[in-house]
Every structure is written in C-alpha cells, then in structure tokens.
Ligand binder design. Structure first.
Ligand code: ZN
Length: 296
C-alpha cells in the first residue's frame, strides 16, 4: 500500500472525517533529515496533521504549520497543499529520549510545552489566514485538536502517530481528523467519544495494515462512513538549483566575489528537504556576471 488520504462524511453529513497513511512520506522525511526516533515521531506527527489540513484547502491554496514549544527539537516547520504534497523539517533532528510512562516515544519532551502552534493559510491573492494557539500538551495530536476548537471554532479530534524501527527507520505512520458540523446530535457525539476511548492508537492500526477507509470505519462505525475523495500523499519539495542560484545572485556581485575568494565554491542546502546544491568557482563567476548585469 502506498500513502494516501481519504476525505469522508459520516452520520448523514453531521461529521467530516479525514484519515491518512503517511508511512512512506514520514520515511522520506526521516531519511532526508536523518532524524532520531523521538524527533521522527514529532516531525512525522506534524507532517501527518499537515497533509490532512492541506486536504481541507482548495486549488492552489497552501498552508504552513510552525510549532515552537521551547523543547530541544527547536522549531518544527511543515508546508502542505491541497494536492497531498507535504514537506517539513525540525531545527535539531538528533533528538531522542527514553520512552514515556505509556511506552511511547516522548514527543512532548522533545517539542516542549512552552510556546505556540501557528498555522498560516495562503489562500491566494494575498489573502492569508493566521491562527495561533499555545501548545498545551506537546504531543501534537491534542495540540491540533485544541487549535481547531480554539482558532477555527470546529470541535475536532485529531489523532496522529508514528512507530519507529530499532534501526531508526519508520515502521508505520498515519492519522485522522474528525470534525463535528454545527448541529451534530448528542447521541452521535457520545458514540464517537466512546469509540475514541476504545480504539487502538492510529499508528498501530496502520502497522496492522488497515487502510485509511478502514481506520475511519474503526472510528465511526462500519456503514456510517461515506468516502468523498481519495488523494495520494507524498513528501514533495519544490526547491531547485535555479532558486538557489537566484538567491546567490540576489546577494550581489561583491558578496559572490567574497565567496569565490574565501571558499572557492558555494554550497547551500534546502531547509525543507536537506538537498544540497553545490556551485563551482566557474559557476559562481557566471552568477557574479548576472549579479553585475542586474546592478548596472
Ligand atoms: Zn527542498
């Protein structure tokens, strides 16, 4: 099974639901950033929530999630869009702690609980929506739940999880978001809350091979779920050699000459995907000429 997400309705449209398998996507993030297990879980949970939140957007809209909890991992940054594309990084990928008292990766310790979760939606034509909430748990699922309730006024339940193998690779990753529409009946809410209390962690369901559709059936009951759309999910970064070259040109001819004199080459890495772009002395000379032409 490759990664994908589903958008669905349940209980005759009273409930909107999303579920995703993100094992390959989080694996790609882990491989690119060489994250240690606790950092992988933190980044993977944020990526999983991010890709589902991206699926709530339309067309070319994008969103950025910034999580700054004051913990050793630093900042988590995730970008996603309506096409199932997501990318992300953490400031300090080499963070790992012993399992917490529940036998799980101690994401809260890595993220910290002293800071903010910020969501910026780029809705095109300079139309931005920014929502910000304090980090209340650091486990991230609860923090996104709180974000939806507080910033978007949508009662929601967000579950995100990552399992890591002993060799630091990713065993399973996935998540769900359940949202109650205005006027949801009490008995529907009770049923969902009861199920949420008894279901296994979402990462275990993914590990067992449950599809996103089956995860929603576990959460909402078989026969209740109407899938509206499925969307492939992948780690995608839109950085390129041309963009890095443009950034070098914008430094100006003098600055480029300084690099040539001091280093003899330039190397720049993309924060989001950790791809490294190297420019030789000859290439820098060409960029310097372009910068010169711009300055004249
Ligand atoms: Zn990149």
């Amino acid at each position: 099974m490759s990664d994908y997400l589903v958008k669905a309705l349940a209980y005759d449209g009273q409930v909107r639901a999303y579920a995703a398998r993100t094992t390959d996507t989080v694996s790609e993030a882990q491989r690119r950033h060489q994250t240690w297990p606790t950092a992988s879980a933190a980044l993977g949970r944020a990526i999983t929530a991010g890709v589902m939140m991206g699926a709530m957007l339309k067309g070319d809209d994008k969103l950025t999630i910034k999580i700054d909890g004051g913990g050793p991992i630093g900042t988590i940054l995730v970008d996603s869009n309506a096409k199932g594309e997501v990318r992300g990084y953490v400031t300090n990928p080499h963070v790992h702690f012993d399992l917490n008292e529940h036998g799980k990766l101690d994401v809260a310790k890595a993220v910290g609980t002293n800071g903010m979760l910020t969501v910026v939606k780029d809705l095109g034509l300079r139309d931005f929506f920014t929502g910000q909430v304090p980090i209340i748990s650091g486990e991230l699922g609860e923090d996104f739940t709180y974000y939806f309730a507080s910033s978007e006024q949508v009662p929601s339940s967000v579950g995100v999880g990552v399992l890591v193998n002993p060799d630091n690779t990713i065993l399973a990753a996935g998540g769900f978001i359940i949202q109650l529409m205005p006027g949801t009946e009490e008995k529907t809410i009770d049923q969902i809350e009861n199920r949420l209390r008894t279901i296994p962690p979402v990462s275990r369901m993914v590990e067992k091979g449950l599809t996103p559709e089956e995860i929603l059936e576990e959460l909402l009951g078989k026969g209740n779920v109407k899938v509206l759309e499925t969307l492939p999910v992948a780690f995608v970064c839109r950085c390129s050699r041309e963009r890095i070259a443009d950034a070098l040109i914008s430094l100006g001819a003098q600055e480029i000459q300084d690099i040539i004199d001091k280093e003899g080459y330039a190397e720049a890495s993309c924060h989001f995907c950790n791809e490294t772009y190297r420019f030789t002395k000859e290439e820098l000379e060409q960029l310097k000429q372009l910068a010169n032409a711009k300055e004249e």
